[in-house]
Design a protein around this ligand. Sequence first.
Ligand code: IMP
Length: 425
Amino acid sequence: MSVTVIVGTQWGDEGKGKITDLLARDMDMVVRYQGGNNAGHTVVIKERTFKLHLVPSGIFYPNVTCVIGNGVVLDLAGLLGEIKSLKEAGFSLNNLKISSQAHVIFPYHRDLDAAQEQTHEAGRIGTTNRGIGPCYVDKFNRRGIRVGDFLHPEVFRQKLEWNLKEKSFLLNSFYKMDVAYDLEEIRKEYLGYFGLLKEYVAEESSVVVNEAISVNKRILMEGAQGTMLDVDHGTYPYVTSSNPVSGGACCGAGFGPQEIDEVIGVVKAYVTRVGGGPFPTEIAGGVGDELRERGGEYGTTTGRPRRCGWFDGVVMRHAANVNGLTQLAITKMDVLDSFEKIKVCAAYEKEGQVIRDFPTDIARLEGCRPVYEELPGWRQDISKLTDYSQLPANAKKYLDKLAELAEARVTLISVGAERGQIIRI
Ligand code: IMP
């Protein structure tokens, strides 16, 4: 068995890009299995910062095949821009493959995303406005246009024509927007993008991935977003439209679950969330602001300030359950260096009841208050440490607490943005 899955255990932005880049060095293949350019995976190599949105975070190693799986939704212009800037930075991109089954985001998906956000009766989701949700709607409603459709220009034209009719009606008549789409213009524009991307388009990602599995290659599945944004297991409806959880890797890349041997949960040492929706350990002002500033907590994709709060053990336990975590990678541990006391939420309390299992029904979640345990801080700069034995005793105690709550072992501790700022256990 040779497949490792990397998943976010919170609301995204846990630092999966850095962990993927780190592990990719010893891999043969890295696969993105869901989401789209709503994701922002930051990799810092020496003084250079790369913000990846669609290209898998293994791209910096030319011998690692990087696959954009069938479960991803693709913004073609966005992908081309990313490829261009990576090429300009000196990477060949010869190792990139795109599944022919990945669905394509069109302008009407972005317009629908914006229209829905403006008129949503139950409140805005706070999406990234990239058209992600509407593109997945079309996929599941069997109206979507896939990368492989561009190989059949007449099929593509027919599908596009039908979609433009339907979406124009929805946007103009229901959402009272004023849109006019030109079939020929969009058709040519997208065929143009496809022409530039064709060299990367592979057959089905399942073929590419299973071929690699059959010859015992080491494969890393790179999840985007996080467990609490999962459309089934997150804080619905304040979620994204895909399955970032480990099981999503099987569907989004096309292989069987028995092939997975490790599931690494990426865990930020505190919690952040961007966009709307419940966040039980959120701290407005004070410590929340300090975490944001010390941690540089501003969205990689949208630049929005992230909401910040203490570590949530109830969320952690939920993530451990739905992902089957076998290892933990703790990130941004150094951000907590300055705190005298650090709080960890071990359970929630509501109407006198102790709640240990995360209620994904937001009506049940409402009114849940965190019950905190307070741990002593270490008040020492740990950003230059490279060995577990060098960590202050209180930092080790904190890590033990997180491992206890997750019932999984900590194997990696990130103490800064740069590649080398990592402690392996
Ligand atoms: P969408 O994925 O653009 O539809 O946005 C749905 C929700 O997921 C919003 O709250 C977004 O802020 C959030 N979201 C989507 N992608 C990411 C991500 O990569 N990191 C953090 N939050 C995200």
